[in-house]
Write a protein that binds this ligand. Structure first.
Ligand code: NAD
Ligand code: ZN
Ligand code: ZN
Length: 372
């Protein structure tokens, strides 16, 4: 069948809107009509070459939709189901899935290679064989994805906000709740409160943080962070460090969560400086694979202060259980999702959406797909 999609052909070039050809679903695969796709910063890392993947590639790894058809052997979803697409697949049987760590499922190792397990290449176009970002490619009207990437949700839930629970929401929330293990009374600093960081703010507050300092150079992001649970907000890491000390009689913050648009040695050093003894620093933001982002001086302070520095993928969440769990918190009003959508775009406006993200206008932009 045919679909219209936004395709990256070359690094540092705009996405091209074109008609692609999609094969039907094979064993273990699902044909999905994508209804919504979120504009996460990770797609920009691909467009700018920080994260390398197969090109041409249909971008988009945050999305939701309706199952249209399933291939042989599909048991997780059925036609008509509403689903959230998890940017991390979960096979259910590798060592990591079997030990409750689906976020680091072995299938994740190949999600930028463009193909589905097999390898299977369901997408083609004028440029030949096309890949799909994170085995999804949600910047398309339709997609063929692995059932391991599809999580069925309550059909009453609005699919626009549900799309954000495929990446930004669990990644941010889980960076605070699971990776940093925020405890009642903790002092928390979140560096960078865009689409991911603002959800770290929500998670930290819900987990009982005494204070949550949102750091962002942009006033509109700081305002949203305060609306969604930050007790304080500042423009720089140095201000956050001073404020954390003031709020803790000199102890410093207990937890720092790093969600700026790009991880840098500078922001890691700021977090190292702002946190106190027995603190945890969570590295969530991405950077180029050759960039040295850990450069701490004096590093021995990590030893003397018993500090933990850890990475986190998908907020250490388990997609199959945590996507429905987060949506249940939305239904009770404890997790705010409607507020996260700053602007809606058609697929044709995807480059404008990313220009708005780069200009600092959006917490999250969302593509609303049109069909026929
Ligand atoms: N680990 C994961 O599983 C995972 C998943 C999704 C996204 N990411 C990464 O998380 C990062 C954030 O993504 P996003 O979609 O929220 O991006 P975003 O562009 O929406 O937000 C980034 C925010 O950081 C702010 N910022 C920039 N420099 C800063 C600094 N030095 N100090 C404080 N704030 C600063 C920006 O003003 C912006 O508001 C990206 O690197 C993305 O690739 C990681
Ligand atoms: Zn993302
Ligand atoms: Zn697995």
């Amino acid at each position: 069948m045919k679909s219209v999609a936004a395709v990256l052909h070359e690094v540092n070039k705009p996405l091209e809107i074109e008609e692609i050809e999609l094969d039907g679903p094979a064993e273990g695969e699902v044909l999905i009509r994508f209804t919504h796709a979120g504009l996460c910063h990770s797609d920009l890392h691909v467009m700018e070459g920080d994260i390398e993947g197969w090109l041409p590639m249909v971008l988009g790894h945050e999305g939701s939709g309706v199952v249209e058809d399933v291939g042989p052997g599909v048991t997780r979803v059925a036609p008509g189901d509403h689903v959230v697409c998890s940017f991390i697949p979960s096979c259910g049987s590798c060592h990591w899935c079997a030990t409750g760590q689906q976020a680091i499922c072995d299938m994740g190792a190949s999600i930028m290679r463009g193909h589905l397990p097999g390898p299977r290449w369901p997408i083609s176009g004028p440029g030949g064989r096309y890949g799909a970002m994170c085995m999804l490619g949600t910047f398309s009207q339709y997609g063929v994805i692995s059932q391991n990437s599809a999580v069925r949700i309550d059909p009453d839930l609005p699919l626009d906000v549900a799309a954000l629970v495929g990446c930004g929401v669990p990644t941010g929330w889980g960076s605070a709740v699971n990776a940093a293990q925020v405890r009642p009374g903790d002092g928390v600093i979140v560096f960078g409160v865009g689409g991911i960081g603002v959800n770290a703010v929500q998670g930290a507050r819900f987990a009982g943080a005494r204070y949550v300092i949102a750091v962002d150079p942009l006033a509109n992001k700081r305002e949203m962070a305060e609306r969604l649970g930050a007790t304080h907000s500042v423009a720089t890491g140095a201000e956050a460090a001073a404020l954390a000390r003031e709020l803790s009689r000199g102890l410093g913050a207990d937890k720092a969560i790093l969600t700026p648009d790009k991880m840098t040695a500078e922001v890691v050093a700021e977090a190292f400086e702002a946190t106190g003894k027995a603190s945890t620093i969570v590295l969530t933001a991405m950077s180029g694979f050759t960039e040295q982002t850990l450069r701490l001086l004096p590093g021995v302070v990590a030893t003397l202060y018993k500090k933990t520095i850890k990475g986190s993928l998908f907020g250490d969440c388990n997609p199959t259980s945590d996507i429905p769990r987060l949506l249940a918190l939305y239904q009770t009003g404890d997790l705010k999702l409607d507020e996260l959508i700053t602007r809606r775009y058609s697929l044709e406006q995807v480059n404008e959406g990313y220009a708005d993200l780069l200009a600092g206008h959006n917490v999250r932009g969302v593509i609303e797909h049109q069909h026929g």
